[in-house]
Design a protein around this ligand. Structure first.
Ligand SMILES: [Ca+2]
Length: 646
């Protein structure tokens, strides 16, 4: 799995970036043209590993799921992983016998971070000669050799962090692409779409989405912006080329060991290209070292998701469509090089792995309450068959929603009005049929809600009524192309006008009790009495200056009931709780103080935070509530002691 790679970012899906090793897997295997991820990092990893939708599986806690590593270990496989984890605990807690990589969602490619682990133990990143993409394969090859020594079949999950920001390329890869993107995004995108049609990845008749209003024509850009933008894409291309080179090292190793024909290989991306521009523009730099960091570009994300609309996090086709290559000469009965247009999703991976290895997916597991797998085995596709019917594919990340049912797609941008498309002839989602197909629209909305409730077990926040769509879809962290100076280039856009919220009287940063909760503040303790559903506390941090994440939320808790605690947070100012990201944490019953420590694995700042520790009615006491940085330094503590902040 690669990270934040766009649909058209590799050669066999239309790219000009040189990816001969991946292209060879495709031409010697098969490709899917409608394979879906979840549009976001951690949720895609949950689906890939568990066969379930992210929320159903217990989100990052995985407490309602078993992983593919656990299933295959039970069948006698050596289970190996390298790269980005981005979930709770560690891979070695979820069935991987060997693990090298970083637990975090992203890190400096040359310097790493302090979340690296080797087989469960902290691992110090070397100060010289380190690059994550390469290190992942160094350890992958080592683990394979060890598994061969044990004469066991093996399962290796390589989770590259590339080409996720920060944009960082090895000097030799960077040099290869320098000057290659001076023509700009309009030309590159047109060329990619032409190649996609010529390859047969997309139909000749497909009408690509036009350049959206929030992206300027390359020809209109000032020279410094062109230079800066070309440099960003040069770096991205170099990072993707490096992934291909490292995949090539893996393939060479399999070939050398006479394992290539009978190894099932799947290549996918966790979400579409990322539009969030979170770094100031640096001009005249080469990001080929730990100290020079560039961020993502909204316009290049548009070109990289050719020919689709929108980006990472959005449930439009640009956010959720991934290249998906399967290589398995001994097992595939599809014509060599076939391109299959049957829809598939990352939830299908575990059922497929279980099917082709004759493994059983357990229905019970110690200390976990398992929920049923939602994916289906893709083995019939490998056998050259058409899957006649499959349940609708449910799409949800934070407030972005969608549903793929047969030829039809229901989609909503950040819970704005539902839109309806016939993707059989309008995969680029250009002709909204919501008004002309009211019955189908209502039926699909009902299905979306029913699945969110009964399949995902999504919290009530997921069902919030859509808001009116007024004007074009926008996000405040998309590149600010109107900037006249580099330092303003990533400036946050003005927040689009939002409906006033019921609790706008809440003072900034002040803690408040949620509905059905009474709170008494005594010294540094928060004494909570729950009188009904959804009890807990919420903090609004939007008026504060706050360093970027990751963070920890730490507190002591005394609670008279056993339950699962939940924390929610938002990473953009536009999203309001109850929308946002969810983290579950364990709470023990009893009268003793428990130490609660919740990791918030975001690389950006958080805006709102909510903690539910009860399941009402009941009582709980929270003491020493703090927001800390990843190193445990206190950033904020509640009740707020500084009167200025109250
Ligand atoms: Ca990602």
């Amino acid at each position: 799995m690669v990270d934040d790679l766009g649909f058209s970012d590799i050669g066999c899906y239309g790219s000009e970036i040189e990816t001969p090793n991946l292209d060879a897997l495709a031409s010697g295997g098969m490709r899917f043209s409608q394979f879906y991820n979840t549009a976001k990092c951690h949720s895609s990893r949950v689906c890939l590993l568990t066969g379930q939708y992210c929320i159903a599986a217990g989100d990052a806690a995985l407490n309602h799921a078993v992983t593919s590593a656990e299933v295959l270990a039970h069948s006698g496989y050596s289970t190996l992983m390298t790269g980005k984890w981005h979930l709770q605990k560690q891979p070695t807690d979820f069935g991987f016998q060997k693990y090298f990589g970083h637990l975090s969602g992203a890190c400096n490619y040359f310097a790493g971070d302090n979340t690296f682990r080797l087989n469960g133990e902290p691992w110090q990143v070397p100060q010289e000669g380190f690059y994550t993409t390469t290190a992942n394969v160094d350890y992958g090859l080592k683990f394979l050799d060890e598994a061969r020594d044990r004469e066991q079949p093996w399962y290796l999950y390589v989770a590259f962090n590339a080409p996720h920001a920060p944009l960082h390329a090895l000097p030799e890869d960077y040099a290869k692409y320098k000057g290659k993107y001076d023509e700009g995004w309009d030309v590159i995108r047109d060329r990619r779409i032409a190649k996609q049609k010529q390859l047969g990845v997309l139909p000749e008749s497909l009408e690509p989405s036009p350049r959206p209003e929030h992206i300027p024509a390359w020809s209109e850009l000032e020279q410094w912006k062109r230079d800066y933008e070309a440099n960003r894409m040069t770096t991205l291309a170099a990072m993707i080329d490096r992934v291909d080179q490292e995949v090539g090292r893996l393939i060479a190793d399999l070939r050398k060991n006479d394992e290539l024909d009978n190894t099932f290989i799947l290549f996918v991306s966790d979400n579409g290209a990322c539009p969030y521009d979170r770094r100031p523009a640096l001009l005249d730099v080469e990001p080929t070292n730990a100290n020079t960091i560039l961020g993502d570009s909204t316009a290049w994300a548009w070109a990289r998701n050719s020919p689709f609309r929108y980006y990472k996090q959005n449930q439009f086709e640009g956010g959720i469509s991934t290249p998906a290559i399967v290589h398995w000469p001994a097992g595939l009965k599809q014509p060599v090089g076939a391109i299959v247009d049957q829809p598939a999703h990352l939830i299908d991976v575990l059922p497929t792995l279980a099917d082709i290895t004759d493994s059983e997916i357990p229905t019970s597991w110690q200390e976990r309450e398992l929920r049923p797998v939602s994916g289906i085995s893709l083995k019939p596709v490998f056998n050259g068959q058409q899957i006649k019917s499959r349940p609708p594919i449910h799409l949800l990340f934070a407030s972005d929603r969608g549903l793929r049912d047969g030829d039809w797609k229901l989609v909503s941008f950040q819970s704005e009005q539902w839109e309806l498309y016939n993707v059989a002839n309008d995969r680029c989602e250009l002709n909204n049929l919501a008004d002309s197909e009211p019955e189908r629209l209502a039926m699909m909305i009902a299905t979306w809600n029913e699945m969110a409730k009964n399949v995902l077990h999504a919290p009530a926040k997921a069902f919030a009524e859509p808001t009116e769509t007024s004007g074009p879809h926008l996000h405040r962290e998309w590149t600010f192309f109107d900037a006249t100076e580099p330092e303003y280039y990533m400036k946050k856009r003005a927040k689009p006008a939002a409906k006033p919220r019921a609790n706008t009287k809440t003072p900034l940063s002040k803690i408040r009790a949620r509905k059905n909760t009474q709170m008494e503040v005594v010294s540094n303790e928060l004494r909570l009495t729950f009188t009904g559903d959804d009890p807990g506390i919420a903090m609004d941090l939007r008026g504060l200056s706050l360093v970027d994440g990751p963070y920890r939320v730490a507190f002591q808790l005394k609670n008279d009931a056993k339950l699962t605690g939940e924390a929610f947070y938002t990473t953009d100012a536009k999203t309001n709780l109850p929308n946002g990201e969810r983290i579950a944490f364990d709470v023990q019953s009893g009268s003793d103080w428990q130490d609660i420590d919740i990791a918030i694995k975001t690389s950006t700042r958080i805006h709102q935070l909510r903690i539910d520790v009860g399941d009402g009615p009941g009582k709980a006491t929270i003491a020493n509530l703090q927001l800390q940085d990843a190193d445990g330094n206190t950033l904020l503590s509640w009740p707020i002691q500084d009167p200025k902040l109250n």
